[in-house]
Design a protein around this ligand. Structure first.
Ligand code: SF4
Length: 473
């Protein structure tokens, strides 16, 4: 037998026992399976986390979390019991070593970030910004981003059943935090959805609609079903993708009779009209793929929709090794029938430097995961380049590894460049985390910035005084 860098072994999924957590010791299987119970018992505060884990976590952890929430967090805390239960799954709070296991846990690292996780030298990159992908700038009507020629993103609501620390839509999604206020939609929900449909009816060049938010699991089902049904009446719309991390974070919702029956109706109409409906979920760690998640994904496939796909985010300390990525992809593909599809580099939002990988690291990861999964299920690792869009990490044009600046080009105009004759000739920049650069590169950035980046609050103007490269139109 040849020894390989990664050894595939089929692994059975396991639902961690929630009764190991003192706050949920008496919770029945029926309660756990209820989407309503899950929503009502989300962990939203340090007090509630204490109630769940009891005295199992050291006081230092709570202090660390409290400081992060006051000084760094761009997302408020909201974690479903289903997700809390997958953190440190093999150990109970009463056992020695629980605090260390909880600190080290990959799901904890992005769902319940603490101050000591983050960089103190460069907490934010000087070029980081709220809405780092400029989605709102490209709204053609409120909440509808028209960035690519044939595709639009419909942000149908600004909430989710769970909030991820690294959320790229931290500008819009969730509750305000001490360091980040949130953009508020101006239109009512129904007016906004109506305006989106109005735009699509008169824009026949769009064939693909990503229905997102937030998370579609927070839109009342009848409203979501009506919106998707209306999308299918638009002649040019051929692909509809429903974005929901809750397929993993709150699988109980996708297993409800109401949702399954409604999705069956949508799938039947989609078949009649030759439209493809798919669910896109967001799973970052293999341990999140539990039997309940697999059941929910399979239940959705059984309704007759085209596919369930995963778009994860590459995060340091969470899934930054080939083993972690391959374990996750095999759990998704083999056990839950979820197609591994994309992994994104973490976007350049404030206070995200500790999570972000360099482009070079992402290229290495892409190289190392090739050849193990079937080709159709080998995820592409992407850089979402501001004002460009998704690019495979090997598509970079030039890459200055000393300063950590990569340069990219594109072959279409985004919604804000209709009159820009240079849009297709220009180079657009993306930036590696500065602390990963060689000393000369770090010195270059220090010289460019007026103040230490750690002092830049979320949402403040970048510390640099002029754009790097010819990046911004
Ligand atoms: S589920 Fe998606 S939209 Fe919601 S907080 Fe997480 S990353 Fe952001």
């Amino acid at each position: 037998m040849i020894e390989q860098p990664y050894a595939y072994r089929r692994r059975e999924l396991a639902e961690p026992d929630w009764r190991r957590l003192p706050g949920w010791a008496g919770v029945t299987a029926a309660e756990w399976a209820s989407a309503q119970w899950q929503r009502a018992h989300c962990v939203k505060s340090i007090r509630q986390l204490r109630q769940v884990v009891g005295a199992g976590l050291d006081e230092a952890f709570y202090a660390d979390l409290d400081r992060d929430q006051r000084e760094r967090a761009t997302m408020s805390m909201l974690v479903t019991p289903q997700m809390v239960n997958t953190m440190a799954p093999a150990i109970g709070p009463a056992e020695a070593g629980f605090t260390d296991a909880f600190y080290a846990d990959p799901v904890r690292r992005y769902m319940i970030p603490v101050f000591s996780d983050r960089r103190t030298d460069w907490s934010s990159h000087p070029e980081a910004s709220r809405d780092s992908l400029h989605e709102a700038e490209m709204w053609v009507v409120e909440g509808l981003t028209h960035r690519y020629p044939t595709k639009v993103l419909a942000e149908v609501l600004p909430t989710c059943p769970q909030y991820c620390g690294h959320c790229t839509r931290m500008d819009l999604v969730g509750n305000p935090t001490p360091v980040t206020d949130k953009h508020k939609f101006g239109l009512t929900r129904d007016d906004r959805l109506g305006a989106m449909l109005g735009y699509l009816r008169v824009t026949p060049g769009v064939r693909d609609v990503v229905v997102s938010g937030g998370d579609v699991a927070n839109l009342p089902w009848p409203r979501l079903e009506a919106f998707v049904a209306s999308l299918m009446e638009v002649d040019s719309v051929r692909d509809i993708r429903l974005a929901t991390k809750a397929l993993m974070g709150l699988p109980q919702y996708w297993l409800t009779d109401e949702v399954r029956a409604g999705m069956e109706r949508l799938a039947a109409t989609a078949r009649e009209r030759s439209v493809s409906i798919a669910i896109h979920t967001h799973v970052n760690a293999a341990q999140s793929v539990t039997p309940l998640v697999a059941r929910a994904a399979k239940a959705m496939l059984e309704t007759g929709i085209r596919d369930v796909r995963n778009q994860g985010v590459l995060l340091r300390g969470v899934n930054d090794s080939p083993e972690q990525l391959l374990d996750l992809c095999f759990a998704l593909l083999d056990e839950a029938k979820i197609m591994p599809y994309y992994f994104y580099l973490c976007d350049m939002i404030p206070n995200s430097e500790h999570w972000r990988l360099t482009l070079g690291e992402a290229q290495q990861l892409q190289h190392k995961i090739m050849g193990y999964l079937p080709g159709f299920a080998t995820p592409r690792i992407l850089c979402d380049v501001p004002y460009v869009g998704k690019r495979w990490v090997h598509q970079v044009g030039r890459y200055d590894t000393e300063r950590g600046i990569s340069y990219w080009t594109k072959n279409y105009r985004t919604g804000v460049e209709a009159d820009d004759p240079l849009a297709l000739d220009r180079e657009y920049s993306y930036y590696d985390p500065i602390y990963m650069l060689p000393e000369q590169g770090q010195a270059w950035w220090r010289a460019r910035t007026a103040a230490p980046a750690a002092a830049v609050p979320a949402g403040a103007a970048p510390a640099s005084t002029e754009p790097v490269g010819a990046a911004r139109p």
